[in-house]
Design a binder for this molecule. Sequence first.
Ligand code: SF4
Length: 248
Amino acid sequence: MKKAKAKTKKQNSPPAKTARQKAAFRPGKAVAARPAGIAPQRVASILQKLDEGYPQVTCALEHENAFQLLVSTILSAQCTDERVNQVTKTLFVKYRAPEDFAYANPAELEQAIRPTGFFRNKAKSILGASKKIVEEFGGEVPRTMEELLTLPGVARKTANVVLGTAFGIAAGVVVDTHVIRLSNRLNLSRNTDPKKIEQDLMKLIPRDKWILFSHQLIWHGRKVCQARKPRCAECNLEDLCYAKDKTV
Ligand code: SF4
């Protein structure tokens, strides 16, 4: 009888909490919101492998200053960096300073950037951003995320590219199409929204690695972990990757 009572009590009890759940609910002892299932040692191993494979990579967009990088990054939406570099080779000869872009003839600028696609919207963004830089920021590209986000056509990805590559300021992590895909495949984030992925990565990756890490992931995405057919047999992260679409 006693045994039956004990069994009934056990069946009616809620499942025991894991150590992590207990810690999470301890008042005043909030656990850092690390994406589920990501062990710090695994993240460290991924960073080490990326360092081995891509020790000195940087942004592939050719530029001489922060303003040119800003224009190139706006042009790179839905376009390859190679094509943007082809276009800017002549574009930056004709339009040299922010003033040249700010007061350019819109139709002429549209034609000059046409090969990059979505040229009307891109021209509008470049004209608007340049005008604001000239009229409100003294002709200098601003150096804070808050200010950059006030420029037309500039969202967090573009702002992070400019801050990280042109100024060496780690304000966030660049999340482009490669970073989205690789973050999911490597289980660094289960989100699909770039803003949420960036938040996940900022919690997982040490801040002094944010700039290099995004370049490394972008290069790995281009060279090895390609969208349609990842080259897993050549990937030095293979033993750390549990992606469903692995090809080995
Ligand atoms: S093992 Fe394959 S899917 Fe995983 S990161 Fe490498 S290339 Fe990408």
